[in-house]
Design a protein around this ligand. Sequence first.
Ligand SMILES: [Zn+2]
Length: 487
Amino acid sequence: MMPGETDVEAIVRKHAVRNAMEYGRAMEGPVLSKSMQELPLPKPEVRALALMVKKVVGEVNSLGKEELEKQYRVYAEEFREADARKAEASSRHNFSINGASSGNFTTRFPPEPAGYMHVGHAKPLFIEDELRKAYSGKLMLYFDDTNPDKERQEFVDAFKKDFLWLGIKFDGEYYASDSIPVLYEYASKAISAAKAYVCSCSPDSISSDRAAGKGCIHKAQDPNTNSRLWKKMLDGDFGDNEAILRFNADMSAANTTLRDPTLFRIKRAEHYRQARRFIVWPTYDFCTPIVDSLNGVTDVIRSKEYEMRDELYFAVLDSLGLRKPRITSISRLKITNNLTAKRKIRQLIQEGKVEGWDDPRLVTISGLRKRGVRPSAIREFSLSSGMGTSESVVEIGKLLGCNRKLVEPQALPLRYSYSPAPGYTECKLMLIGDLMNGEEFNDNSLTLRTVYVEESAKQLKEGSIIKLKGIGLFNLYDATGMGFYSL
Ligand SMILES: [Zn+2]
């Protein structure tokens, strides 16, 4: 501490000195934010602090090189220790599960083929991949496809293409819809054991009964009646939505997911994989635990938002006497100002506001690929918050930052001009901003700028990264039209 200096001033000086050592010159912004993180209580007002930062930064920047180095040595040890702690904390994202053991680990990644893979899916996928490595286990691909209205082969293919590009290889794959005949057998077992019943109440009365915590007249039906009605469901004697099979659980449970949820529903629609083979479809709540259990899954990694359903997952398996996998909850990675909801993306596509699922403004994996984001940047970004359960809300800028660090060394610097010139060729720079402005679609999310770059650019292949000094990094997406997306 300098003579006569306050604690606050000493902290500010320390950060100013380090900033000057690292960048040749201290800057007020970074010094202010570093100081804020470390201030003792009570904290001074930001305005007063900013004035002090200005003063100290001025002093530090006027120091000669020798004096600066001398002052830095005072803090060097403290910085070294802090850096080591930080490095340890980030490598402590050790990917592990209590009780899991090597050689006895199987998990699965469960996409529903009802849309394209987006960056939010990548977090659990990469964590599962890390766990597979840690336990010399298996990672299976499980398509959760028992909703014939929404699912398409196109989406299955797109997921697979994205996995390939991300460098994820699975140890096997299976489809929920292939298990439907087996699931029918388990439904019959549940009915015989009075664990399930056929209900033909209207959706309105079902939801008001659920809210009131009371069972309907069908709950007490005897197993023989339920078996007969279940057979009628399978034979097609009921219309769509005229009857459902429900879990006979607890209508007054505090956990509302246990209030006799639907196990099967009737839907006459063509399924992309099963065509018209079935009219009675299992729900996620019935299908997933059984398919996991039967396929040898030891560990389920799912996001915290499903936590309420964990009890139901186990209750279904208990009612059938099936082996229970272990469930580990992790937080979702939310991206601010970006769209991941399938329904909303579909709407933007229908309205012609985006080009398709691979529009480079979207955070779908195919959109990021088109934009020039590398798989290793997506991996680094996805794993950066570890396996914790506290909600992480992250700016897309963080992913792009990871990516820029990675591609910048390979970027080809090109000379350019804003007006046509001999030896220069016209190129289109598509500048990408946030797709959403709050909840609203942002019409300015893509802006076109024309510049003229060295003719040698014509030799570049799609996917090449160029650097235009003063503008930024760009990915060549259309070599013949010389089109570039901003990174
Ligand atoms: Zn009923």
